[in-house]
Ligand binder design. Sequence first.
Ligand SMILES: [Zn+2]
Length: 321
Amino acid sequence: MRRSNGRRRGAYVPPAFLILAVLAAALALAGWFFSRGGFSGNGGDGGSAVGVRRTAGSDGCTLTELGEAAVHTGELILVNNWTPYHFPEEQPLACIFDGKTGSYYVRDKEVYLAPEALDALNEMMDAFRAQGGSKTVNVVAGYRTAAFQQHLFDQSAEKNGQAHAEKYVAQPGGSEHHTALAVDFSLFFEDGSSREYTGDGEYAWINSHCQDYGWVVRYDEAKEALTGIGDEPWHFRYVGVPHATVMAEKGLCLEEYIDYLKEFPFDGQHLTVDCGGASYEIWYCAGTAACLPESGEYTVSGNNVDGIIVTQTVDTVEKVS
Ligand SMILES: [Zn+2]
């Protein structure tokens, strides 16, 4: 704005009016700030930032019918005893034994994962080793068929009684292992001994950094009423880096996160996440049709309940230092 001498010379502003003007400006600024999401979501660790954005990327999007199967497919599907997995006719699976790096063990050659989950597991375990972790983690469970879950359930019921099995073993269809996006860890030592994985000691690194590789510690004691499952520090679920980042920063289990995402419909504010050198914009579409970007990179996942989540990779990353 240009400076004007005339303005300074002529204007007399009464003090009461001045105070009102300052107040109005402060209110307007506060309104703008909170409409952008205010303080919520800034993690403060410098590694990532979670926020909201008005429909910035909504211009080049088309409402696309994806079909019922899309609601039950993808890295964000929620599976628990009251939200059963919809088994597809074909499920892409990768053998961990054949595809793993040298940073961990899988002693059983018949353990499978979704290919993207195996890649993410390799990355996480390589990073664990690179920062000084020992080669002791052993993957003892991955993908499970309904028949195998039934076998586990029957085995537990026979050994400990029906009530115990119902409390501690997921029903066939209700196990997250059906998704091929979950692993269980155990520990295996050079002397041939093994031990339960508790996420303590050197392994605390894995449980506190897993979100950087797209994994979450799925079952926490504090969330038992929501998940139906008690503390399981050895069970990790792959949801992808942006979603794992938000879940970890906000302390949400998958049941809560699926609900939280409904606050970001396509025609409302979108959830934004900056992490791992990329920036993402996330929105929820109810039903079987989703608003998809006409160009650029994005992923689509059902929530296995009632809708579809679109995760768009936004090109520009604003580095805040
Ligand atoms: Zn498990």
